[in-house]
Design a protein around this ligand. Structure first.
Ligand code: SF4
Length: 376
């Protein structure tokens, strides 16, 4: 099974923390959508014999698009790929774009999962991050979604935004839990260089909470969501039983995916590919029947390390057997003393031939993963 990711590179305005590729000018919408449909036809061999089980419209802001574009993109996927019956089809949406008309047309187009970028219910936090919507709009969009056909709904939140007290974050979670979405993704604010926050930080103008403050917000998050019956299945992802994101789980489980559109990434075990992050260059290359992608071949060591990095972030953990069978490498034998120390420190457990991080270990997952990496 494989997934298809479609990157929609347009946003109404730039959030100050965001370093995804997007343009706030929508004048290239028509040519970009045409080019994505054509890229889908040009790359139909990429997924080989694998059937497509998930389709994900991300960005950028796919909910900005007129529904007719969404229908065209999905039609192109069905025309060129072998899609299973009943795939998971997700659209990322922002609160300001939610309307009855859009919800109905998305549903008719075959979308069955909605991922809503709320980020916060606090007007000060939303304005500070330069989000388009305010708290009232976030609540109104959730009310509308609640009475629509969409039941498989994710809500994104961001924590660790402003120093001070944890009251704001607790309130955000309390409000969200009243809606009880089946899936919640919560991310720690990270300051990326090429963003407004990155520039403010370089000039010493950004007030950022320290790591301890963010770690406390993470602990509040885990404890409140687990108390409400959510399963913590990936560092930043929680769901009610049976509602894991199939598309994102495939990334974490090292499965194939094809990414189309400007800046989209693809992965097929042998290489990663990165499409050019520029709408005009992308459109021009596709018009010439060329895929404007940089290809990074993956060595055996890259493949093992990728698997360790992604799988360790999940409740399924990293399987010693998988690594031995696929790459002939004995992770346990090669790292026995480190793994014993992690176990003694309450960072991990060994469970059915897997190393699985505890909540304490999740906080240091990237550091632990790099300690386990195979050196080339
Ligand atoms: S966070 Fe989302 S809406 Fe904001 S600029 Fe980035 S992609 Fe666009």
């Amino acid at each position: 099974m494989a997934g298809i990711y479609i990157h929609i590179p347009f946003c109404q305005q730039a959030c100050y923390y965001c370093d995804f590729y997007f343009s706030t000018s929508q004048k290239l919408t028509d040519p970009v959508i045409d080019a994505i449909c054509k890229e889908l036809s040009l790359r139909k061999k990429y997924t080989g014999d694998e059937k497509i089980s998930t389709i994900y419209l991300g960005g950028g802001t796919p909910s900005l698009l007129k529904p007719a574009y969404i229908t065209r993109l999905l039609d192109a996927v069905y025309a060129y790929y072998n899609v299973i019956t009943g795939p998971e089809v997700t659209i990322e949406a922002n609160p300001e774009d939610i309307s009855r008309t859009k919800l109905n047309t998305w549903e008719k187009a075959g979308i069955n999962r909605l991922s809503l970028g709320v980020q916060s219910f606090d007007n000060k936090v939303l304005a500070y991050m330069n989000r388009v919507h305010n708290a009232g709009k976030a609540l109104a969009s959730l009310d509308m979604i609640r009475t629509s056909a969409f039941k498989n709904v994710n809500v994104d939140l961001i924590y660790g935004v402003l120093p001070g007290s944890h009251k704001r974050w607790e309130k955000d979670l309390e409000i969200l839990l009243k809606y009880r979405p089946v899936h919640i993704s919560a991310y720690n604010l990270t300051i990326e260089e090429n963003t407004v926050f990155g520039r403010w930080a370089r000039r010493g103008k950004l007030q950022v909470p320290d790591d301890d403050f963010s770690a406390e917000e993470y602990e509040i998050l885990v404890s409140m969501l687990e108390h409400e019956g959510y399963l913590h299945y990936e560092i930043s992802n929680f769901c009610l039983p049976g509602y894991e994101s199939q598309h994102n789980s495939a990334y974490w489980k090292n499965k194939y995916y094809l990414g189309v559109g400007p800046a989209a990434h693809s992965f097929n075990h042998k290489s990663r590919q990165y499409n050019v992050s520029n709408n005009a260059l992308y459109v021009r290359a596709i018009a010439d029947n060329k895929i404007p992608a940089t290809i990074e071949p993956l060595t055996r060591e890259n493949q093992i390390n990728d698997y360790i990095l992604t799988s360790l972030r999940t409740m399924w953990g990293t399987s010693f057997h998988t690594i031995k069978e696929k790459w002939g490498y004995d992770l346990l034998q090669s790292n026995r003393s480190l793994i014993e120390r992690l176990k003694a420190g309450g960072m991990c457990r060994i469970d059915a031939g897997k190393i699985v991080l505890t909540e304490k270990g999740f906080l240091l997952a990237d550091k632990i993963a790099s300690g386990l990496f195979v050196n080339s």
